[in-house]
Ligand binder design. Structure first.
Ligand SMILES: NC(=O)c1ccc[n+]([C@@H]2O[C@H](COP(=O)([O-])OP(=O)(O)OC[C@H]3O[C@@H](n4cnc5c(N)ncnc54)[C@H](OP(=O)(O)O)[C@@H]3O)[C@@H](O)[C@H]2O)c1
Length: 262
């Protein structure tokens, strides 16, 4: 039974690119994919930070192949071009693209600037589309009906229900990313590329540190989550590996939120 399950969920021989893989949920995803045997390439803006994160992953997980990184700022099309050029120079085939880098910005209603919308929609919606589009040849190159390639977009429960007050562009950006997931899923199914979104609730990260690192805020927020706790890296691992080892699930928005959206 064990051997059978391992082969069902194994990612050996697969190459994965994770934007925003240096922190929080992206780092949890990197660990998950490495444990399943994939070659993992992380993307973050700061090369020293990227190097430190892959060293920590390689030291703690000790799998082969070891983690790699490409540093690029994905808030601009120039940064995207740098990432695509560097990736193509390293691999002709990409099995898993995870569009995970994202941002938010808060301001009270009445003073919320339009620039927050420009920045958030660019990184959270436009970049995932342009990156997927640019890497289609690499995603198609490795894809068959039995072993398709995968695009995973990190959405948010905030794209399904109202969550964070005063972050007026964030929820709409994630709702747009969820919708784009469905559009691309339908368009790319015949190329054997499956497209799904993971919509996390609350997980520890730099973005959520204002909640998760303050004990009283964490306690009161946890009490509002039906299962009574925030997410754990193993929750990401189970949901992500199930998605990217599969060959029949596409166009879905997988809520991973302990029931927060109910
Ligand atoms: N944490 C949660 O509770 C939660 C819930 C729902 C959804 N999400 C989503 O999960 C994703 C990851 O967020 P997180 O919470 O894990 O946040 P985080 O700890 O702040 O991580 C954000 C990641 O994105 C990268 N990044 C940010 N701006 C970038 C840019 N311009 N170019 C390249 N990389 C960039 C960061 O790398 P560098 O700083 O090294 O460049 C970092 O690796 C986001 O899409 C977020 O919306 C998070």
């Amino acid at each position: 039974m064990k051997t059978c399950l391992n082969s069902l969920f194994s990612l050996e021989g697969r190459t994965a690119l994770i934007t925003g893989g240096t922190s929080g949920i992206g780092l949890m995803m990197a660990r998950s994919l490495m444990l399943a045997g994939a070659r993992v390439i992380l993307v973050g803006r700061n090369p020293e930070n990227c190097q430190q994160k892959i060293s920590e992953l390689n030291d703690t997980i000790r799998t082969s192949p070891t983690a790699e990184f490409i540093s690029a700022d994905l808030s601009s099309e120039e940064g995207l071009d740098i990432l695509v050029t560097k990736l193509i120079s390293r691999t002709e085939k990409l099995s898993i693209l995870i569009n995970n880098a994202g941002m938010t910005a808060h301001s009270p209603l009445g003073t919320y600037p339009g620039s927050h919308f420009d920045d958030i929609m660019a990184l959270n919606v436009k970049t995932p589309f342009l990156l997927a589009q640019a890497l289609l040849p690499q995603l198609k190159a490795n894809a068959t009906a039995g072993r398709p390639s995968h695009i995973i977009n990190t959405g948010s429960i905030g794209g399904i229900v109202h969550t964070t007050p005063d972050s007026f562009a964030y929820g709409p950006s994630k709702a747009a990313l969820h919708h784009m997931t469905k559009v691309l899923a339908k368009r790319l199914a015949s190329d054997h590329i499956l497209v799904n979104a993971l919509a996390p609730g609350l997980f520890p990260s730099k973005m959520s540190a204002w909640i998760t690192e303050d004990p009283s805020t964490l306690d009161s927020v946890s009490q509002q989550i039906p299962v009574g706790r925030i997410g754990h890296p193993d929750d990401i691992a189970r949901a992500l590996i199930a998605l990217v080892s599969g060959s029949y699930q596409t166009g879905t928005i997988v809520a991973l939120d302990g029931g927060m959206a109910l």
